[in-house]
Design a protein around this ligand. Structure first.
Ligand SMILES: Cc1cc2nc3c(=O)[nH]c(=O)nc-3n(C[C@H](O)[C@H](O)[C@H](O)COP(=O)(O)O)c2cc1C
Length: 165
């Protein structure tokens, strides 16, 4: 059984909804061959990362970078995992009000440092929240965005099951 580790954090539930959709897609596509392990970034440890065969990172964008808890996760696991997870597949999902590209650049640089293998372009969901009230409101996803996230979970899990990455 391969293990897909999903590391996530979310403030207003947009990223959480993205993860739910990705999990559904992964289980539907390869639930009998891939175990899906969902860890909040705060709780994820180097041991969890080392024990997985592939990764899905999901984070909001905060102040043009990944959310602080996701950065803290990478800070804690980077050196314990360096050169021990080379070549394993990963994908990234970002929830942003209007941009998301600062987060994409940061996470991709870290993943390159860890020598992970990117399986596809990141999924970036834009919530169009601009005012403080809108930014702090609980988020829902459009059906199209849910589908994109579900398909990403499915692609990652199916590829891991088939050993194509
Ligand atoms: C402190 C803070 C900073 C933010 N900074 C950005 C930003 O730099 N760029 C952007 O596109 N969205 C920014 N946003 C908007 C969030 O990315 C957006 O609301 C998204 O839904 C957050 O994901 P979540 O619902 O999983 O928490 C910010 C939100 C907060 C709370």
């Amino acid at each position: 059984m391969k293990r897909l580790l999903i590391i996530w954090t979310s403030t207003t539930f947009g990223t959480a909804r993205m993860v739910e959709a990705a999990v559904r897609g992964a289980i539907e596509a390869a639930g009998s061959e891939v175990e899906v392990d969902i860890e909040h970034a705060r709780d994820a440890t180097p041991e969890k990362v080392l024990a997985a065969d592939g990764y899905l990172f999901a984070t909001p964008e905060h102040l043009a970078s990944m959310a602080g808890l996701m950065k803290d996760f990478f800070d804690r696991i980077y050196y314990p995992c360096l050169d021990r997870i080379n070549g394993r597949p990963y994908s990234l999902m970002v929830c942003a009000g209007s941009d998301g590209q600062g987060t994409v650049k940061q996470v991709e640089r870290i993943a390159t440092g860890l020598r992970l293998k990117r399986i596809a372009e990141p999924v970036v969901v834009i919530t169009n929240a601009q005012t403080p009230e809108a930014i702090l409101a609980r988020k829902t996803l459009t059906a199209a965005d849910q589908k994109r996230c579900s398909e990403r979970g499915a692609a990652l899990a199916a590829g891991m099951a088939a050993g194509v990455f």
